[in-house]
Write a protein that binds this ligand. Structure first.
Ligand code: KPL
Length: 301
């Protein structure tokens, strides 16, 4: 049952993570609708929670910017980063809207929101695979939500519906940890077409991963002297925990889709350029992924 006082969220990006978050929000009594450029029937999907064996059906009405009765007050951005600008095009956001961003990488919303919009970043280590209509929730781990503002009034009730969700005033550290893991794991697994675990088993790939992490740590320390660095063990732990997984970038390259390289390694390289720091390891990986995408996209035309 939805609570009439709870927010009505519009979801841009009803993929695995977007649908899982919609499910948590619905459990907490929030309304969730999907925002799309063109009209279509409501989305009907099921989620299978491997940890508990629970299955849940979800039904999400679909709106287009033209069918909205009023500007959006609560928006979830969970689409792949390259599609962010397109997903928000023509989307009427209220001046004081709250935007929840659930995407890999950093910076995909830069320049797209008004200064009065509240942007709450969310980092999740939950793992979901499956199809567009059956979402296999393989792991529910920790998720962090936060910005520089106070906890929203709806947050505490949401934690009862969303296992492992915590509020943090230091969301940037969680984002940076995830960024380093994605920068090391995603392009290498995509370019070599291997599962995440290969980065631990193959000495050459492991050494390459180590160079990516060292360079990222050097940059993040230059951005913030308080960054603890030494991220290799953390990245190895992520690769171990997801050893049998196909990384999202590998999956994107396999189907010829746009990758998130610009928001991950590209973001690190751009920050390096801003500080006058060369980032050759990350820059080379980013170039190779862009080139591989062109080839895989062209071969599917
Ligand atoms: O987030 C991921 C991704 O594939 O995008 C990791 C953690 C690398 C798991 O595959």
């Amino acid at each position: 049952m939805s609570d009439p006082a709870a927010p009505h969220w519009f979801l841009a990006g009803a993929g695995h993570i977007g649908t899982l978050v919609a499910c948590y929000l619905q459990r907490a009594g929030h309304r969730v609708s999907v925002l799309r450029a063109s009209a279509r029937a409501p989305i009907e999907a099921s989620l299978h929670f491997h940890g508990s064996g629970r299955r849940q059906h979800i039904s999400l009405p679909v709106h287009t910017p033209a069918t909205l009765a009023a500007p959006i007050e609560h928006l979830i951005v969970a689409c792949k980063t390259p599609y962010t600008a397109k997903a928000l095009a023509g989307c009427p956001l209220a001046a004081d809207a709250t935007v929840l961003r659930l995407q890999n990488g950093i910076g995909s919303l830069d320049g797209l929101l008004a200064p009065t919009t509240r942007l709450i970043e969310t980092v999740t280590t939950n793992a979901v695979t499956g199809t567009a209509t059956v979402h296999e929730v393989v792991a529910e781990n920790q998720s962090w939500m936060g910005d520089s503002g106070p906890r929203p009034t709806w947050f505490d009730a949401l934690t009862a519906a969303w296992p492992g969700l915590v509020w943090t005033e230091d969301i940037r550290s969680a984002q940076w940890r995830k960024l380093v893991a994605n920068a090391a794991i995603n392009p290498l697994t995509a370019l070599h077409d291997v599962d995440n675990g290969a980065l631990l088993d193959d000495a050459g790939l492991h050494a390459h991963m180590q160079r990516v992490v060292t360079e990222a740590d050097t940059l993040l320390t230059a951005l913030d002297a308080g960054w603890p660095g030494h991220s290799l063990a953390m990245v190895e732990a992520v690769a171990r925990a997801t050893a049998a997984n196909t990384s999202s970038m590998r999956a994107d390259l396999q189907r010829g889709a746009a990758t998130e390289i610009d928001a991950i390694n590209g973001w690190l390289v751009a920050q390096g350029a801003r500080l006058g720091m060369d980032m050759p390891v990350n820059a080379e990986l980013a170039e190779r992924v862009r080139a591989a995408h062109k080839v895989s996209h062209a071969s599917r035309r």
